[in-house]
Each structure stands twice: as structure tokens, then as C-alpha cells.
Ligand binder design. Structure first.
Ligand code: VGL
Ligand code: ZN
Length: 199
């Protein structure tokens, strides 16, 4: 049976080939995601949405390169190329994505000093985006996740979703990974252990 809601994570130009933080094959998932959109009652999108000079950008930190890490007050933060800057073309949804059915777009990562991988909580794991409340208030209990990237925003969202009590599945063929320092294996294991249904 289809989930009540499909949550499409960060299917944006900057995460697709040619984008600033391109995920290999990121654009390949679009046809499947569009099918799932068509066949799911409620559709929610997330949009990575950073101000220029965001603290997750390597360029913000003197002497740091993309894919290095720094210590932030809330823990370790990976550093990325500048990406998904608010209002830029890179932050737009992939042109082929059938986004217009979406009932909600959750923007995240808009605070300069903190990143947000998960659709539910910022990277301090404490500051809510409002998505859990939205789903509960609408009586949505079962969700399916697809999008980019498997081992960052999709996995963090899935882990928070189960923690928040939602029956959560990830359609892996609707996702593509960054795989930084073994992150894909680590996050697949974490999702499995947490009770995320991996399809
Ligand atoms: C993401 C790194 C930085 C993601 C977003 O969507 O997985 N990864 N910002
Ligand atoms: Zn980001």
C-alpha cells in the first residue's frame, strides 16, 4: 500500500549533475519520483535554502576546503561547496520534477549559524522545522522518503521520522548518495537499526 505522504528531499539543481554539489546520478531519480508523486495522496517537498556565507560552506571558513569538517557548537559539521543559495537557480527544483502537486515545501538551512540535513530538525537535533507537527495535525502517519542525498538529508530525515513515531520507508531507487568517508554504509546501517523500511 502507498504511504499517506511522499516527502521528496532536496531534488534541486545544485544536487544534480552540473550543480554546485552534484550527487552522481541525482537527476536519474526524477522519472520515478514523478510516478510516486502521481500515486501518493499527499506530497511534501524539502528545499535546501542557505543564505550566502552560510556556516556549512567551506568558503566561509579561512583555509578550509569542501568536504573537510569543523567543530560547531552543536557538533561536527561537514563543509560543502557553496550551494542552494536562497533564490538562486541552483536552489530551484530540478526542471523535470513534477513539483506542482506539493501541498507543503519545507525550507531548511536558512539560519546562517546552523545547518539542517533533516526535514524535521536542524543539525543541533533540537530545533524543529515544524514538519512533525504539520504531519500530526493532518493525521498523516505513514511516510515515504525519496531524494538527495541518501546518506545525508534523506537518512537524517528518515531517522528523525521514526523517532517522531511515523511509519517510515525509503525508496532507495528514488535516492542517490554523496558517500563521503563511508557515510553511505554508516547511514544505511543506522536506518536499518532504527526501523526505517528500506525498499
Ligand atoms: C545536503 C549536504 C549539504 C543534502 C544538503 O541534501 O543531502 N547535503 N546540504
Ligand atoms: Zn545544504
Amino acid at each position: 500500500m502507498a504511504a499517506d505522504a511522499l516527502i521528496v528531499i532536496d531534488l534541486q539543481n545544485d544536487f544534480c549533475p552540473g550543480g554546485a554539489l552534484a550527487v552522481a546520478g541525482g537527476d536519474e531519480v526524477v522519472p520515478l519520483v514523478n510516478d510516486l508523486i502521481r500515486n501518493t495522496e499527499h506530497v511534501i517537498l524539502t528545499q535546501d535554502w542557505h543564505p550566502a556565507g552560510h556556516s556549512s560552506f567551506a568558503s566561509t571558513h579561512h583555509g578550509k576546503q569542501p568536504f573537510e569538517a569543523i567543530d560547531m557548537p552543536y557538533g561536527t559539521q561537514a563543509l560543502w561547496p557553496d550551494h542552494c543559495i536562497q533564490g538562486s537557480r541552483g536552489a530551484d527544483f530540478h526542471t523535470g520534477l513534477a513539483w506542482s502537486k506539493a501541498e507543503l515545501v519545507i525550507r531548511k538551512g536558512f539560519r546562517s549559524g546552523i545547518d539542517s540535513y533533516s526535514a524535521f530538525f536542524e543539525n543541533d537535533r533540537l530545533t524543529p522545522t515544524g514538519l512533525a507537527g504539520y504531519l500530526r495535525e493532518r493525521g498523516i502517519g505513514e511516510i515515504m522518503l525519496v531524494g538527495l542525498a541518501t546518506d545525508f538529508c534523506v537518512a537524517y530525515s528518515a531517522l528523525d521520522a521514526v523517532k517522531q513515531g511515523f511509519a517510515t520507508s525509503v525508496r532507495l531507487d528514488g535516492c542517490r548518495a554523496i558517500d563521503l568517508n563511508g557515510s553511505l554504509d554508516a547511514m544505511m546501517g543506522a536506518m536499518r537499526d532504527a526501523g526505517v523500511k528500506l525498499l
